[in-house]
Design a protein around this ligand. Sequence first.
Ligand code: MF3
Ligand code: CO
Length: 257
Amino acid sequence: MAVTIKSEREIELMREAGKILAKTHNELEKALKPGMTTWDIDHLGEEIIRSYGCIPSFKNYCGYPASICVSVNNEVVHGIPSKKRVIQEGDIVSLDAGVIYKGYHSDAARTHGVGEISKEAKQLIEVTRQSFFEGIKYAKAGNHLNDISAAVQAYAEKFGYGVVRDLVGHGIGEHLHEDPEVPNFARRRKGIRLQAGMTLAVEPMINVGRPGVRWLDDEWTVVTEDGSLSAHYENTILVGEDGPEILSLLPSDEEKA
Ligand code: MF3
Ligand code: CO
């Protein structure tokens, strides 16, 4: 599949999809409390998304059974919500969600600390978030895709962290997953040249320990091989002539960066 350049109309719809997803994440962050189950989070998330007239894009995607991926501590991504999994004070919880608005997708993830968390966990969350911002500095026309990837990796590795290799970001638009793949690590080849109007989901997945991951028997939940903590931060962005526009963050959230 070729990488598509979105029209102004498509970009407008993706802006709306992104804004709704940003609001959904903010509402979920506020609601996140010890004692909730991961099922409660999913249930609330689905309600919020539908209240905006959107469809949760993950639900039944390739058989995934929920609307929000909830991944706790050593879980990297794609945790399946469960009534048996209770969130505890001190946990770090990665929430990944996608919405469809008038046929167009947005995709975003955040990792939150619950109550008091360790200094190690706090730094991991902050560095993962910042690695996204370091990467997207290169999201402008004329640069190569690999410039984004290399910048994410260089920043995270400065802290001794392991950058997950087995999962990558992606193009996004009419489909949740479009070309190109967006790795969080440098490749020998430069990748495609970026053009204004490309829309990408950039999503660093960073481990305190080694980069290696494995899949649990549920065939979805990805965990760190070494059991170390992992964080995830993702936004849907638009590549512009002069730099990126982050579609799945509200301007007021960006100021906190
Ligand atoms: N944000 C995830 C991704 O980009 C989507 C979760 S996959 C699903 O791959 F199956 F859970 F939807
Ligand atoms: Co994604």
